[in-house]
Design a protein around this ligand. Structure first.
Ligand code: PMP
Length: 305
């Protein structure tokens, strides 16, 4: 589907027309994957438009930059403001924000002291894994590609280069006719989806793979853990072998883009009843309740536009 570009984007300190936010073909990031980025959603809530966990996302952006020793030319407050400004410039008609910091033009060596350029784009994401997946779920597969080992690339950084792994996993899954791919870690144990964290339900408790399993420590994952524990659902972070994908009662993936997407089958095996299960439904209600007002925003996660 052709992408509809919004009119305005923030780039290196100014709101510009989308077409004017260009970078040189010899930018370091283009050759070496040296960018860090975030994906953030905005929602229309009963108390007005809000950006979900804006500060937590941009704090992770700065953490990713720190891991790669990338100097950040703006403060957290300035990037938060840029996110608000670009949404407003586009009349708040979009629902997704993409701050990105990247090594620009200024040297060809791997350790070159390149300047850090920054942009904040916004666009209309809608449902990332397709229409009605939140109600019906997707069919997933375990990828033939593994996640990178923890002593190769840091999965805790949301860096452009990591998404070469995600592309292999996601594109293989789509080519084989699945909605999304799930990767194993180099240990052979479960890691995460191409761009989503995983939750398995056993006997009413939520089990999720640990940060040591080569995954991005997702903000949606943290949101679910927090909301579930608040209502007395047990949450266990643990290593899990692949076959538990087939044996669990319910399974879902989560992320800013995917929100809470149920998985109804893995590798052709039905998960549970093959329908959205009661715990998944409850977690969806708690999560989406933050945006329709039925879940109290007691942690101040909805940051007003
Ligand atoms: N894992 C990967 C690899 C991702 O790209 C994402 C999406 N950013 C997630 C997990 C979920 O993270 P979050 O909930 O912070 O969006």
């Amino acid at each position: 589907m052709a992408m509809q570009y919004p009119e305005w984007i923030w780039h290196n300190g100014a709101i510009k027309r989308w077409a004017d936010a260009t970078t040189h073909v010899m930018s370091h990031a283009l050759h070496y994957g040296s960018s860090v980025f975030e994906g953030i959603r905005s929602y229309q809530t009963p108390s007005g438009p809000a950006i979900f966990r804006l500060t937590d996302h941009n704090t992770r952006l700065f953490a990713s930059a720190k891991i790669y020793d990338m100097a950040m030319p703006y403060s957290l407050e300035q990037i938060n403001a840029a996110c608000r400004d670009v949404l407003k410039a586009n009349d708040n008609t979009t629902d997704y924000l993409r701050p990105v910091a990247y090594r620009g033009l200024g040297g060809f060596g791997l350790s070159a002291d390149t300047p850090t350029d920054m942009a904040v784009a916004t666009w209309k994401m809608g449902q990332y894994l397709g229409a009605s997946v939140l109600e019906q779920g997707i069919d997933a597969c375990v990828s033939s590609w593994q996640r990178f080992a923890p002593n190769t690339l840091p999965a805790g950084a949301k860096a452009g280069g990591n998404y070469l792994s995600g592309q292999l996993v996601a594109r293989e899954a789509r080519r084989l006719g699945f909605g999304e791919g799930i990767a194993l870690a180099s240990t052979g144990l479960l890691s995460e989806g191409a761009g989503e964290n995983l939750f398995l339900v056993f006997d009413g408790a939520l089990h999720t793979t640990p940060v040591s399993a080569a995954l991005l420590n997702g903000i949606t994952r943290n949101t679910i853990i927090t909301l579930a524990r608040d209502v007395g659902i047990e949450v266990i972070e643990r290593d899990l072998p692949r076959e538990y994908l087939y044996l669990c009662d319910e399974l879902f993936m989560c992320g800013t883009a995917a929100e809470i997407t149920p998985i109804r089958s893995v590798d052709g095996r039905q998960v549970g009843t093959g329908k959205v299960g009661p715990v998944t439904r409850q977690v969806q209600e708690l999560f989406f309740g933050l945006f329709n007002g039925s879940t109290q925003d007691k942690y101040g996660w909805l940051e007003p536009l």
